[in-house]
Design a binder for this molecule. Structure first.
Ligand code: WT7
Length: 636
């Protein structure tokens, strides 16, 4: 096990200080002492935030799967690596040992090879939360193929966009998935997507629900017979430190989703380091993160971080409310979970239900509780602390992003203190800073501004796939010389950070990052829609919900407003996914615009939040009169 785990406040302080005084020496030691390398690096770090270009551990050779699997076989071969808990509580859980994981990953890696996948090729993975998902990810890494996992809740259009953006040669999917009492027909979604994806030559299909699906001759293959026929030995590909490990798409405020590129060595070092420290994982612990591997949280803190530490990591296929709202707590009890990591939206949803869902379960195994994805409100924080942690488990409110690869700001249990709604302090190696709108750094405490990071850390995304310019524009142009996160934050009198939310047009709904522009584009495709604008408003469970202002064309045939609303949401579900459907739709005669024709979302946001009397100066608008009529028929 690693020797980089911080113990206590004094240790945190001295470690943090070292990491800031000499970042290279700090990461040099962490990397050298805790991982297996085929060759050590020549240079720990080179960076230039203007270009921008960041390289960690240049010259090193490694394979991340040797660190996540092979090196554990001698000492932990029989230890459970992945503990799979199925959707249906009556189906048996599966304990996959490190030995078995090795067998599965090696076979799968050979199947990829025999189907023409080589180092550097992109492979799209569109799977539910079943073991094959984690195994497919690791199999790609084993042979140096770049995985692009697409969350299996995205629509066929969204899937096709992502497949084509990175020219994936293969798609790995399943016949279908279980979700609560429903099944979802994943394979037909893939079939629809592939009508527009000329580069995909092979589709590997895992069997999960046993449905009767179409297999396309020469393209589609059942996975299991391929695995059975494959050798269980596949030597790890020798990778350079900066070879891409994966691409993961995240929404931007405008345009196409951004394919964030993460590279091998830095990502491995940072996710392993932060997993160990933030969760204070001990050898016998059972760790459970409820995220989906389709998001960065699952990549870093279900798969890579835990496995690099030789941990037991739970993979849960189902939902928090099936068969009832006690499901999470039943699983905690059943598997004696020690660290539990979930999203505020799940906490809020469960806190609304009867406490009897919780009280029937023995939660005494829990040691650390985590939250991620959006700001956690005070009420949810206290409910989590009191009813789940029994005021005996530190809550780690972990702030980070798809782009950051790993957790940047979070308490460390039993070292740094927690404070409701605060992500608190930067982890070692992280140098946050706040800037005002004019780009002036706000020094000292009691400040609120835009959150930036001044020095590179090992797991930061290196580029946007195929669009380095956009990478520079999005993250390195607003505050030159620093990485801009897109979030606002405040620093209290003790220097603790509280994330206040996005300062751009990204809205976080139930922890899902949604850009407004792609949703508006989807709505505008409707034959009768002239224009639309989406804003977020506070929602009790989801954190933020979506409010759409839609201006119709003159001709809408004989459609009623209700029919139009249904069609608009169906269109969004088709083009993006059900997660982006609007909670409220208001039809308007126009949208407030500046004289240069830009929609004034600030005003629309206030109206959606019910702050009608506080719209500020609207006299400079091109069409101030439309504001009055929008206010009158607002849905608040
Ligand atoms: C955005 C990134 C990181 C994994 C899941 C989301 C928001 C994330 C917190 C937190 C307040 C948070 C930020 C960030 N966010 N964690 N603990 N407190 N806000 O990844 O989809 O890339 O979204 O999520 O606004 O920028 P993502």
């Amino acid at each position: 096990m690693s020797n980089f785990q911080i113990k206590g406040l004094a240790n945190y302080k001295s470690t943090y200080q070292k990491s800031v005084d000499d970042p290279k020496a700090f990461w040099d030691a962490v990397a050298a002492e805790n991982f297996v390398w085929q060759k050590k690096w020549d240079k720990t770090l080179s960076w230039d935030f203007e270009k921008p270009e960041v390289k960690w551990f240049e010259g090193a050779k490694l394979n991340i799967t040797e660190n996540c699997i092979d090196r554990h076989l001698e000492t932990r071969g029989d230890k459970t690596a992945i503990l799979f808990e199925p959707n249906d509580p009556n189906e048996k859980a599966l304990h996959i040992s490190y030995n078995e994981l090795s067998d599965r990953v090696n076979r799968f890696a050979n199947v990829l090879k025999s189907n023409g996948i080589a180092k550097g090729d992109r492979v799209c993975i569109y799977l539910p939360m079943i073991p094959e998902l984690a195994v497919a990810v690791l199999a790609c890494a084993r042979i140096g193929a770049i995985h692009s996992v697409v969350f299996a809740g995205f629509s066929s259009t969204a899937l096709a966009t992502r497949i084509n953006d990175s020219d994936c040669k293969m798609v790995i999917t399943s016949d279908g998935s279980f979700r609560g009492d429903k099944t979802i027909d994943l394979k037909s979604i893939v079939d629809d997507a592939l009508l527009d994806c000329p580069v995909v030559a092979t589709v590997l299909v895992a069997k999960r629900i046993g449905s009767n699906i179409q297999m396309k001759d020469g393209r589609d293959k059942w996975l299991q017979p391929e695995l059975d026929a494959a050798s269980p030995i596949c030597p790890p590909e020798v990778m350079d430190a900066e070879d891409p490990l994966f691409i993961l798409y995240t929404s931007g405020s405008t345009g196409m989703p951004k394919g964030m590129v993460h590279t091998t060595a830095g990502y491995m070092v940072y996710t392993a380091y932060t997993f160990s420290n933030v969760f204070q994982y001990q050898e016998e612990d059972v760790y459970w993160c409820t995220a989906d591997i389709g998001w960065i949280t699952g990549h870093s803190y279900i798969v890579y971080g835990p496995l690099a530490n030789g941990a037991t990591t739970v993979m849960f296929e189902g939902t928090p409310s099936y068969p009832d709202c006690g499901r999470f707590w039943q699983i905690v009890e059943k598997h004696k979970v020690n660290q539990f990591y979930t999203a505020p939206t799940a906490i809020r949803a469960l806190a609304k239900e009867s406490l009897s869902n919780v009280s029937g379960h023995d939660l005494s195994s829990l040691k650390v509780l985590g939250t991620v994805g959006e700001p956690i409100n005070e009420e949810a924080w206290h409910w989590y602390d009191e009813y789940i942690g029994k005021q005996n488990c530190p809550i780690v409110d972990t702030w980070w992003q798809t782009e950051t690869g790993g957790i940047l700001i979070s308490p460390i249990p039993n070292a740094t203190k927690t404070k409701p709604t605060y992500a608190t302090l930067p982890l070692p190696g992280i140098q946050p800073a706040l800037f005002d709108e004019n780009g002036v750094e706000l020094n000292g405490n009691n400040q609120e501004g835009r959150l930036c990071i001044k020095h590179p850390w090992p797991s930061m995304a290196r580029t946007i796939w195929g669009n380095h310019n956009r990478y520079r524009e999005t993250y390195f142009s607003a505050f030159p010389g620093t990485y801009f996160t897109g979030d606002g934050a405040l620093r209290d009198e003790d220097g603790l950070y509280r994330i206040t939310g996005r300062v751009d047009d990204v809205i976080i709904v139930s922890g899902h990052n949604l850009g407004t522009a792609p949703i508006e584009d989807a709505i505008n495709e409707h034959l009768f829609v002239a224009e639309s604008a989406i804003v977020g408003y506070p929602h009790e469970i989801k954190g933020s919900a979506l409010y759409g202002y839609v201006t119709l064309k003159d001709t809408v045939g004989d459609m009623s407003e209700e029919e139009l609303k249904t069609e608009i949401n169906a269109l969004i579900a088709k083009l993006i996914g059900p997660i982006a459907k609007l909670d409220k739709i208001q039809f308007t005669n126009g949208l407030p615009k500046t004289r240069s024709g830009k929609i004034m979302r600030r005003i629309l946001r206030k109206i959606a939040c019910g702050e009608m009397d506080n719209l500020g100066d609207i006299s400079t608008l091109l069409n101030p009169e439309v504001v009055e009529s929008i206010k009158e028929s607002a849905l608040v």
